[in-house]
Write a protein that binds this ligand. Structure first.
Ligand SMILES: Nc1ncnc2c1ncn2[C@@H]1O[C@H](COP(=O)(O)OP(=O)(O)OP(=O)(O)O)[C@@H](O)[C@H]1O
Ligand SMILES: [Mg+2]
Length: 257
């Protein structure tokens, strides 16, 4: 098993289930007694609020680490004891980081350098990326061993995927030669919608076994839990959403060998 494996959850398309997958997979791995660090790399701060952390609950966030040389260690917090995972929170200030980073030398490697001293403390470090291919996402991809791509099973799912794959290839070529695609994850699967099955077929035709066998169904518990500041694993472990992410964590672990 890899120690301190870093996984970016990325797709520049908005609302495809990145944050839900980052939070739920982190929680499902933590439930399997893995040491997990969730890094919120989105100024929307949804991963932070998804585990109950809001602006005011922390002194330092990822923005301060990027721009004020605060060690990532000093921004680490444990949202709740039950979930057993660690978080580097983010909030709206992080939006300014991309501009502030622009003149910085080796600006694509900042997160990678920040993670280096704490990598060994965790089994998995999961980075929730924003819906863009800007410097925050580039830093995440440069810092990562692999990228997990959530895709919503809808008509426009494939649109933009080519751009994402192109970006991953160019990061691999010039910034991080070891980066690989952990897998594509089909999210918000709706069995009642015939189009969903067509999209699934299409994606599997292109990406074959790069697509996770586990599919995440549309489940109301998954959309409710963030407002309770809990991952679905804590909120309702019996729900189909929680069970799907537990299954994903199992499949993910089997693939690590
Ligand atoms: N499987 C699901 N079933 C029901 N609702 C879901 C599911 N997955 C995600 N959602 C809901 O869909 C919305 C978008 O999901 P999420 O925030 O995870 O996407 P995102 O890709 O992180 O979005 P953004 O690009 O804005 O960061 C949220 O309201 C979330 O609660
Ligand atoms: Mg998000």
């Amino acid at each position: 098993m890899s120690i301190g494996k870093v996984i970016a959850i990325a797709n520049q398309k908005g609302g495809v289930g990145k944050t839900t997958s980052a939070v739920s997979l982190s929680a499902a791995l933590a439930r399997k007694k893995k040491k997990v660090l969730l890094v919120d790399s989105d100024p929307q701060g949804n991963a932070s609020s998804g585990v109950g952390i809001h602006q005011g609950d922390y002194t330092h966030q990822l923005y301060h680490c990027y721009t004020r040389k605060i060690p990532l260690q000093d921004a680490l917090l444990i949202p709740n004891k039950k979930a057993r995972l660690s978080l580097v929170p983010s909030g709206i200030d992080l939006a300014a980081a991309e501009m502030e980073l622009f003149p910085v030398k080796n600006r694509e490697y900042v997160l990678k350098k920040m993670l280096a001293p704490i990598r060994e403390d965790f089994d998995f470090i999961i980075i929730d990326c924003p819906p863009s291919l800007g410097l925050l996402t580039i830093n995440s991809l440069t810092a990562s061993d692999s990228v997990l791509i959530p895709m919503q099973c809808e008509y426009f799912a494939m649109e933009g995927l080519a751009q994402l794959i192109k970006t991953i290839r160019s990061v691999k070529k010039s910034l991080n030669k070891n980066l690989f695609i952990e897998g594509l994850l089909l999210t918000m699967f709706d069995k009642r919608n015939r189009l969903t099955f067509q999209v699934e077929k299409e994606i599997k035709k292109h990406f074959k076994d790069q697509v996770f066998k586990t599919v995440i169904p549309r489940n109301v518990r998954l959309s409710e839990c963030p407002s309770h500041g809990q991952s679905v694993i804590e909120y309702d472990v019996k729900s189909t959403g929680a069970q799907a992410y537990i299954k994903l964590a199992n499949e993910f672990m089997r693939r690590q060998k």
